[in-house]
Design a protein around this ligand. Structure first.
Ligand code: NBY
Length: 830
């Protein structure tokens, strides 16, 4: 690097680093240069993929100077940096966001038009990087967007999975998973830096040794290693010149292959080690709640965490940095427990390598980490068997034992004689097998612990980590999730964005509370008409897409009732299904005349973890019900069910702006927050929801009149559980519920084959762990209120507008401010 003491700008070369002129002509010139000299083709010979790559690289050029400058400021400044550690980033397509950030949409569109290219076809060419499962991964993507927009220096660390979340297809209504080879045609958004490789060790054993001051030390003698290659991605702020970095690690074998074996002719054996090493970043685990405790998964976690800590200490900090100052320079935010092995890793670096005393190292470490918990389900809390951890990371296991021993000593001092408490708080669980509770390690090793919505944070304190919150109450806090308005309003809903901007100006994009200024317009009939027209246009756009994409033909004028999220029993897709079947049963049994039914189109989107059997049965049942209802002339045009395959960020951006009704129907006390719920409200859908996760806060803000609440509260759920829940009682005593379930059980939706619906039905009637039957009647009653409200379009639109106007709180910019104030204790760059 030339002239490190010169101001950053003088290090930037004139010419290629300077962005091309922000004119149509300048854009065309840069585009053709990329096409000809980057891609090596003439426009007349270029494929859509050539054009897409060239367009992406052109937009990239406009971000490059800002990126270099942001990086230099980060390294040379002395501000605290956020190191976001996340095993998942569910980014969504990049081209649109880059055009938005650079304000080049119109210029690029016109430039492409003049080149004879339809920019929409190029946008469609991009395969979204699906490096995440659901809410947790998408939250990480929203957070890095907000930090860049707020000029907060941040490095997002993660894994460059070669295969992201599987592509879902349906065969005869059953989910079939197809590998997501998102890199097959090349990604123009990543910058590989093989020269910045990091070595990561595994296995082996530890040894004691004595240093020259006579201190007893430990060293790790590893058994094998791999290389981590960083791939950098730009994270552009919204038109502010800041471009932060996402650094994703890819695993590579240390030695390409064993030449001796290779020469002897045994090619397969020669490359085995390579295949083994490179498996580490091969594929994203598709479980979204239940960790599987698989060895490869622990390898992934340690792999990316070890690379990231090393990278930060060796490459981001100045060479002579005094590590006692580390907490002043970095806060590592742990996105759930997946990166928690970073805590013993930092201890190992400080104690074993840098020679710190244990106590000093522990003091530093605890101030460098903060932990976010995203769940309330006990089965979702990660544990690693001591056997596995000790085999893969023997030194880390020793460190964890040491942390635990010292911690329990403190606890015993604070609560003398309370041995049960010490046992409950131990990082090491003894049953069913000896294992490490990662959430406990995270809590003990972090400066702060937060939940992701008010209710969950409360339950986290009271139910999940009660001993810890009693021991260190000040450590616990809440930061309610948020979503980025750039992607989920501005990009996804251009029509609504334009209407908002025409009405209150454009400040809302980076200051979402300004949406409040829309409130008075809810009573303006002219504005309501425009708002309703936007919704209708978004519906039509969605229907065109679903017609081409999935061969679905949907009625143009029906309430669009949407349930999109991962398939999980606690999210209760079956409750929605029961509602649909009950409406249908009402009609075919002659109980309700068809002209009394409010026309509704139900949309589902959901992937099931490949090993989650019951979830896959539920998918099959939804598809079966959809096929039957859609083919039944008696309800044609009134009840329709659509389940487009492969719900992902790209599809969400089309579905959410079109929705009238947002279904957020998890059993109270189970959904940590939800973020889809926020996206829908911000796009003018009304919510039917339980008192769960962030629904609670949405309802408080939009008001009871503009939200359809139903179901038990969390304490009621607990009480019913304590009394002993028997779903059969509800089935026996509710005639409508009985008719609904009987119709499903009869094989009506499965060509007469009762066996095909039996697993879902039996589970509901005999187990029903998430109390679907207990909430059924309340849900139906709320749906009746929805129908009544929808019959009055003016009232409905008024409520929809108020949902938009009052949901500004759910911007991820606000979440980031909360993290800055309550956890990171740091502020944006001036
Ligand atoms: O995190 C979700 C919560 O369910 C949702 O309520 C919340 O809004 C969101 C953001 O805070 N959790 C989630 O998405 N979890 C996962 O995706 C996930 C992924 C992997 C594993 C566990 C959970 N795993 O153990 O491998």
């Amino acid at each position: 690097r030339v002239g490190p003491t010169l101001p950053v700008s003088s290090e930037l070369a004139a010419g290629p680093v300077e962005p091309p002129a922000s004119t149509v002509e300048g854009f065309i010139e840069a585009f053709l240069r990329e096409l000809n000299y980057g891609q090596g083709v003439l426009l007349s010979r270029s494929t859509i993929n050539d054009q897409y790559l060239a367009l992406a690289r052109t937009v990239r050029e406009y971000l490059m100077a800002g990126w270099l400058e942001t990086g230099a400021l980060r390294r040379e400044g002395d501000r605290k940096i956020v190191g976001y550690l996340s095993a998942e980033y569910l980014l969504g397509r990049q081209l649109g966001n880059a055009l938005l950030a650079t304000n080049l949409q119109d210029i690029a569109e016109e430039a492409m038009r003049r080149c004879g290219i339809d920019i929409a076809a190029l946008r469609a060419q991009e395969i979204e990087p699906g490096l995440g499962n659901g809410g947790l991964g998408r939250l990480a993507a929203c957070f890095v967007d907000s930090l860049a927009t707020m000029d907060v220096p941040c490095i997002g660390y993660g894994i460059r999975y070669e295969y992201g979340i599987f592509r879902q297809t349906f065969e005869n209504g059953r989910q079939v998973e197809v590998p997501d080879s998102w890199l097959a045609l090349g990604s123009p958004w990543e910058f590989p830096h093989p020269e910045r490789q990091v070595r990561v060790d595994f296995g082996g054993h530890t040894e004691k040794w004595t240093d020259d001051q006579g201190r007893e030390r430990t060293r790790w003698v590893p058994g094998w290693n791999v290389l981590g290659i960083p791939y950098h991605h730009m994270v552009p702020g919204f038109r502010n010149g800041t471009v932060n970095t996402l650094r994703l690690w890819s695993a590579k074998a240390t030695q390409a292959f064993d030449l001796q074996i290779f020469n002897s002719g045994d090619y397969a054996t020669a490359v085995r080690a390579q295949t083994f090493a490179e498996n580490i970043s091969k594929v994203l685990y598709p479980e979204d709640s239940t960790p599987q405790g698989k060895e490869l998964r622990l390898q992934q976690q340690y792999f990316f965490v070890a690379c990231s800590l090393h990278d930060f200490i060796a490459n981001t900090l100045p060479k002579d940095f005094d590590l006692r100052q580390l907490p002043e320079r970095i806060i590592f935010q742990l996105n759930d427990t997946h990166p928690v092995i970073a805590i013993p890793e930092l201890m190992r670096i400080l104690v074993d390598i840098k020679g710190f005393d244990w106590d000093e190292a522990w003091d530093i470490t605890r101030r460098c980490f903060a932990y976010t918990c995203h769940t309330l389900l006990p089965e979702a809390l990660e544990v690693w068997s001591v056997e596995l951890l000790g085999r893969l990371l023997p030194r880390h296991l020793e460190i964890i034992y040491q942390i635990n021993e010292l911690f329990l000593e403190e606890v015993r001092q604070a609560f003398p004689g309370d041995e049960m408490r010490a046992r409950r708080m131990s990082i090491i669980a003894e049953h069913p097998e000896r294992s490490v509770r990662m959430a406990y390690l995270a809590t003990i090793g972090s400066a702060k612990v937060n939940g992701v919505a008010e209710l969950q944070s409360q339950l986290l304190r009271d139910k999940v980590l009660p001993d810890f919150s009693e021991y260190e109450p000040a450590k616990f806090t809440n930061v309610t999730n948020g979503v980025t308005p750039r992607r989920f309003i501005y990009l996804a809903n251009r029509r609504l964005s334009n209407l908002i901007t025409d009405t209150i100006g454009s400040e809302w994009v980076t200051d979402l509370d300004r949406l409040r200024e829309l409130e008075p317009y809810a009573d303006d009939a002219g504005f309501r008409a425009e708002f309703a027209a936007v919704k209708q246009a978004n519906k039509e756009r969605l229907f065109r897409l679903l017609s081409v994409r999935d061969g679905l033909e949907l009625p143009q004028h029906a309430m669009l009732d949407v349930l999109v999220k991962r398939l999980h029993e606690y999210k209760r897709q079956t409750l929605k299904l029961l509602h649909i079947v009950s409406l249908y049963e009402d009609v075919i049994s002659g109980t309700v005349a068809i002209d009394q039914v409010v026309p509704r189109t139900f949309i589902f989107g959901a992937k099931a973890a490949p090993g989650y059997h019951l979830a896959k049965e539920i998918i099959f049942l939804i598809n079966s019900v959809a096929a039957t209802i859609n083919a039944d002339e008696r309800v044609k045009g009134v009840l329709s069910v659509a389940f487009p395959a492969n719900y992902n960020v790209t599809l969400a951006e089309k579905i959410i702006p079109a929705a009238d009704l947002s279904e957020q129907i998890s059993l109270a006390g189970k959904e940590a927050s939800g973020t889809g719920n926020m996206k829908f409200a911000l796009n003018g859908a009304l919510t039917i929801g339980t008192d769960d996760g962030a629904n609670v806060e949405i309802r408080q803000l939009v008001g009871d009149d503009n939200f359809f609440l139903f179901g038990m509260t969390e304490p009621e759920v607990e009480a019913l559980h304590a009394r002993g829940y028997n779903p059969a009682e509800y089935y026996e005593s509710n005639d409508k519920l009985q008719r609904t379930i009987n119709l499903i059980a009869s094989g009506h939706f499965t060509d007469g084959d009762r066996a095909l619906s039996a697993q879902v039905v039996d589970n509901l009637v005999t187990q029903d762990p998430f109390m679907v039957l207990a909430d059924f009647q309340s849900y139906l009653d709320a749906q009746a209120r929805v129908d009544a409200a929808y019959r009055d379009p003016e009232r409905w639109t008024r409520s929809a507008i108020l949902n938009v106007a009052r949901s500004g709180f759910f911007s991820s910019d606000r979440s980031m401010r909360d993290y800055l104030d309550r956890i990171w204790l740091s502020s944006p760059v001036e």
